[in-house]
Design a protein around this ligand. Structure first.
Ligand code: SF4
Length: 759
């Protein structure tokens, strides 16, 4: 069944007009990236050219996907908008909270028990607001999106960094924070700096042990973990067309590791075949009608250097399999050099676990290629020397590969099939190890391998490779083994070699599934009740923040003057706090605990004028809040850089912070503060930062005439009664000033919603 055909039809219906308008506005042939982006401008047809890497632009994505960890706060916020339904097709996927312990069935049951309240909430809120709900066990968000929702030329956002996976089906798919998802689900514009475009021309054809994964492992080595920042990577060339759609998905998925905004391939036969195999013939028919708009203009392919900001060429015929790592995905080693590198760096060569699957690499093709290696372990009398696990990306893939005997093949080799979920990829892995202090090696077909990511153990050296290479390594149990040239000794004492992997792109008998795990929302959700246990410490319904009182803000107290780097991680720490991400009050106990107090150089120790002593930042904020006193946070340069998590703006708002005054902001955080109804202000004269003293009382003046482009005034009253005053700038436009007045952007939407309902 194809979902949301009406939406796809509408996107394609407007495609030609929008792309032609863009070509006129830009005045030159367009890359595929530009076509898709200009076709999704919030304000309709392009009337101007946007400068790549410079201009901020409002977009209207076609859909939203959320995983269960990030969906919680996003949906709690969305409920605040007072809308009866989400504005664009949206889905929730229960994949991140399932812990891999013993195997799929038991692990899934345990997850249902441990996360019941979260699942119940997500299911009920999805049901109420018209959101598609994918149950625990249905699969990993990106795999499910590729199988059901992605379409060539579309644009989506997802609250997970590997959302770009859908680029394998020609979609511009971008990973975002929950606040962005709320904007799009509420019908607001979604802002993005118009990205640069990096072209990767693929020539030749892969053979033997080389697979699409090796393309991105190679690209990661070239561009490094930062090289794609602010750019969309566009793949093209005959090599791209010779590759399966799911292989393209793997490349786009792991493009997140080079910091790219996303990656994308143009529409071709492999996408047609995949769409058909996943029951979406109608999408093929519609896409074929606009096929010319689902690829870059011919002039671009003829002379790519003239149109891309950077151009990389890779010849697939000579591309070797790669192994990347440890500790970073951009340490790229061709397999022929890997054994020497392992010895040179003294990395543990004994391999303890090989893990295949995940959202990155669990297509039918991946699993058939890996199974063709596993089969040889049995037929050639080899005993796998390392533990081996398989994480199918979705129930569709699991059911089909079970039917076709692939999972049995893995079991014969000693493999353990885990639940269709993230599991070890996101650290949800109760790894059995006799000594966690021992330096040890594992290899995965996942995408990220930073220290501690998979098993929480800093001594684990995690490497990344294709599933077939991982399978071969698991059999050998030795990282200095090169399956292309080395022999292994079997149980008869004979030397044997592994033959090249053989894969099947799509299941010859078609995909099959009994229960894909999808739950459709109610047609009319108005009577559906959202389930939140008031005693829960993981979930808490939000209350709208109070609107602005209509006067200048006087008598505020300084909460903290932060010194140096203050990222969103300093403002709202991750780690163990993540379990409270659906409970604003509980997670607020981590507010600014990582920020360094400029007056004592210490973290989480600030002066509390109510108690006349030092206390933690959250406790201090709570005493001021209880006394009805607003507070101010002062910060240094680039305040709020890092991940776009909305908690970093919601927590201060919840604990009574009224204004954040800094030397400069990271733009996304500044916008998030505005959305939550706070004042994000910058010193007109950066040296005025030095005027702030520890026990200051602060007035912010000029709010009654709060106007775009007009600075506000700050008056400090120091402990000795003396005063200082200075000007602060702001970047609020008319609409954002209305957010401030209403108390938050969502308050304003709710207000407008009510007004329109009342006629
Ligand atoms: S499998 Fe890994 S990379 Fe994929 S969504 Fe889950 S945690 Fe993220």
């Amino acid at each position: 069944m194809a979902f949301d055909l009406g939406m796809i039809k509408a996107v394609y219906a407007g495609m030609a007009e929008r792309v032609n308008a863009a070509r006129n506005a830009v005045g030159r042939p367009l890359t595929l990236t530009e076509k898709i982006l200009y076709a999704h401008l919030f304000d309709g047809n392009a009337t101007q050219s946007f400068e790549r890497g410079k201009t901020y632009v409002d977009f209207a994505p076609d859909r939203v996907a959320m995983q269960d960890a990030t969906a919680q706060m996003a949906l709690l916020q969305f409920m605040q908008a007072g809308k009866p339904q989400v504005a664009v097709p949206s889905t929730v996927h229960c994949d991140h909270l399932i812990q891999a312990r013993v195997g799929a069935d038991q692990d899934l049951q345990d997850a249902y028990t441990e996360n019941k309240e979260v699942y119940d909430f997500l299911a009920s809120v999805s049901n109420k607001y018209g959101i598609g709900f994918w149950k625990p066990g249905a699969g990993i968000i990106h795999q499910v999106v590729l199988e059901n929702y992605a379409f060539p030329g579309g644009m989506m956002i997802g609250t997970d960094s590997h959302t770009p996976n859908a680029g394998g089906l020609g979609m511009v798919a971008i990973g975002v924070g929950g606040a962005d998802a709320v904007d799009v689900m509420s019908g607001m514009a979604w802002e993005l700096k118009f990205p640069k475009v990096i072209g990767v021309k693929l020539t030749g054809k892969m053979s033997g042990w080389t697979s699409p994964k090796d393309v991105i492992l190679k690209v990661a080595g070239i561009l490094t973990v930062k090289g794609g920042t602010g750019a969309i990577v566009e793949y093209f060339g005959d090599g791209a067309e010779s590759m399966s759609c799911t292989g393209k998905g793997t490349i786009c998925n792991m493009g997140a590791e080079i910091g790219a905004t996303t990656s994308v391939f143009s529409y071709d036969d492999s996408m047609r075949a995949y769409l058909r195999a996943t029951n979406r013939e109608e999408v093929v028919e519609m896409a074929d009608e606009v096929a010319a708009y689902l690829r870059a203009d011919d002039e671009v392919y003829a002379n790519p250097a003239a149109f891309y900001d950077q151009l990389i060429e890779i010849d697939l015929s000579t591309l070797e399999p790669h192994v990347n790592g440890p500790f970073t995905p951009d340490a790229a080693w061709p397999i022929s050099q890997f054994a020497a590198v392992v010895k040179e760096h003294n990395w543990p060569s004994k391999l303890e676990v090989g893990l295949i699957g995940s959202c990155t690499n669990s297509s039918y093709e991946d699993l058939t290629r890996s199974a063709s290696i596993a089969e040889q372990a049995v037929s050639k009398k080899l005993v796998a020397q390392a533990e081996f696990t398989i994480t199918p990306g979705s129930e569709l893939v699991r059911f089909t590969t079970a039917r076709d005997g692939l999972l049995d093949t893995f079991a014969q080799m000693g493999g353990v099939v885990l639940a269709n979920a993230c599991g070890p990829c996101i650290g949800q892995w109760a790894r059995h190890t006799d000594d966690p202090t021992r330096k040890n090696s594992i290899i995965t077909s996942f995408n990220r391998n930073f220290a501690k990511r998979n098993d929480g153990n800093p001594n684990t050296h995690a490497f990344v490779a294709s599933p077939e290479i991982v399978t071969a390594f698991a059999i050998a149990g030795d990282l200095t083994f090169n399956p292309l040239v080395d022999k292994l000794i079997n149980t008869d004492g004979e030397e044997v070699m592994l033959d090249e992997p053989r894969g099947i792109e799509l299941p010859p008998q078609g995909f099959a599934v009994e229960d894909a795990g999808y739950v459709a929302p109610a047609e009319d959700g108005s009577s559906v009740e959202v389930v939140v246990d008031p005693k829960s410490d993981r979930l808490q319904l939000l209350e709208g923040f109070k609107p602005w009182e209509g006067t200048d803000l006087k008598g505020l107290k300084l909460l903290i003057k932060a010194q140096g780097k203050c990222t969103t991680d300093h403002i709202s720490m991750a780690g163990p706090w993540l379990k409270y991400r659906g409970h604003l009050d509980n997670i607020s106990n981590n507010m600014l605990i990582g920020a360094i107090n400029a007056f004592n150089g210490e973290a989480n120790k600030v002066y509390n004028d109510m108690t006349r002593g030092y206390d933690t930042v959250p406790a201090t904020a709570r005493t001021y809040k209880a006394a009805g006193i607003g507070t101010v946070v002062v910060g240094d340069e680039n305040y709020g850089e890092g991940s776009s998590r909305e908690h970093a703006a919601m927590e201060p708002r919840h604990l009574g912070v009224r204004a954040v005054i800094v030397k400069s902001f990271a733009r996304i955080h500044e916008t998030n503060l505005k959305k939550q109804g706070m004042l994000g202000l910058t010193f007109a004269n950066k040296a005025d930062y030095d005027l702030i003293e520890e026990n200051d009382t602060i007035d912010i003046l000029g709010l009654e005439n709060f106007t775009p482009g007009v600075p506000l005034k700050v008056v400090l009253t120091h402990k000795d009664g003396s005063q200082d005053a200075f000007m602060v700038n702001h970047t609020y436009n008319e609409g954002q000033i209305e957010w401030f007045k209403a108390g938050s952007a969502l308050n304003l939407i709710r207000l407008q919603q009510k007004q329109s309902a009342n006629g």
